[in-house]
Design a protein around this ligand. Structure first.
Ligand code: ZN
Length: 322
């Protein structure tokens, strides 16, 4: 029973799924549940899905939600931790204006809710429990639909005025490719999964051949997932290989630029593509980084994130202990 006193919840609130966990004081996962993220219905629908996921995870752990020490939520968009509001969450349905997520969900569950940025909490999880445990400074690079980043300096998360860590929007080429953010030449314009898909479609329109979209059909998907990119590379697809080469080059340049400024001990590569491609691609990113490092005789350690699918939710649960 004593362990229940320190039990807390954590949620990774993503654009496609909501992953909830309940963990004990030693960070052991006691229960976990997943819900699809609603595509309509606005904040109330998302909050109802969050409540379902948390009640299910708590039920598995044999705990009432109201007995939890609190629940942390890693959310996309603009998080105001003090006010407990979330705004401009583009991947969530009709979620633009600040909405009081913490008080609404807290009232339903009978426990305190703390909000954090999704990428920053995933970085914190790797720092506290995962691949960067022995370091006090690191840069987390989450290579997925977009490319997000999180920063830990001197053992503390660095959020700046609230928007630090946007490594995907470091400019790697002036007046370069169009980025989903609306600007040009950002690293994400070359490396983000969504942007790479756009580049692949454009290349096909221009007459280039690729298996990417055939594999997508075979798998019954409507977008180029990390698994589809991996399969195309296995088949020796030239276009996929070229686009991935450009992505890795862009990530290497951006990581080196960020490190020239911050001089951290470790770079942790996570995210859907980062974890899917794993260790060999972490080495390729390291190789792409090296020529651009100002101090290259003691480069940062480059590692793949360790915590996998539950990393975001575990990191969110740490918000309760901070
Ligand atoms: Zn951008």
């Amino acid at each position: 029973m004593a362990v229940h006193l320190a039990a807390r919840g954590g949620v990774d609130l993503g654009g496609t799924k909501i992953q909830a966990i309940v963990a004990d004081g030693a960070h052991k996962v006691l229960g976990q549940a997943r819900q699809p993220t609603p595509t309509e219905g606005g904040p109330p629908a998302v909050i109802a899905a969050l409540e379902r996921a948390l009640r299910e995870a708590a039920g598995q752990a044999g705990i009432e939600p109201s007995e939890l020490l609190g629940v942390g939520i890693g959310a996309p968009g603009a998080v105001d931790t003090e006010a407990g509001t979330l705004a401009q969450a583009g991947n969530l349905p009709d979620w633009r204006d600040p909405y009081p997520l913490a008080s609404e969900l807290g009232g339903r569950l009978g426990t305190a809710i703390r909000l954090g940025n999704d990428v920053q909490v995933a970085t914190d999880a790797e720092f506290t429990l995962g691949a960067a445990r022995e370091f006090s400074s690191l840069l987390g690079v989450f290579w997925g639909t977009g490319v997000g980043g999180g920063i830990v300096l001197d053992g503390r998360p660095w959020a700046g005025l609230g928007a630090a860590g946007e490594i995907g929007h470091i400019v790697v080429k002036r007046d370069g490719a169009q980025c989903p953010c609306g600007r040009r030449g950002c690293m994400e314009a070359y490396a983000g999964r969504r942007a790479m898909e756009g580049r692949a479609r454009k290349a096909v329109e221009e007459g280039h051949k690729t298996h990417l979209f055939k594999i997508m059909e075979e798998k019954g998907r409507d977008r180029l997932t990390s698994g589809i990119w991996a399969r195309a590379l296995q088949r020796g697809d030239d276009l996929a290989g070229k686009l991935i080469d450009e992505a890795i080059e862009a990530i290497g340049v951006a990581v080196a630029s960020a490190n020239n400024l911050l001089d951290v001990q470790a770079i942790i590569i996570g995210g859907g593509l980062g974890v899917r491609f794993g260790e060999p691609f972490a080495r390729r990113i390291e190789d792409a980084m090296m020529p651009h490092l100002f101090v290259d005789h003691r480069p940062p350690v480059v590692r793949v994130a360790e915590l996998g699918d539950l990393g975001g939710a575990l990191g969110a649960s740490l918000l309760v202990t901070r």
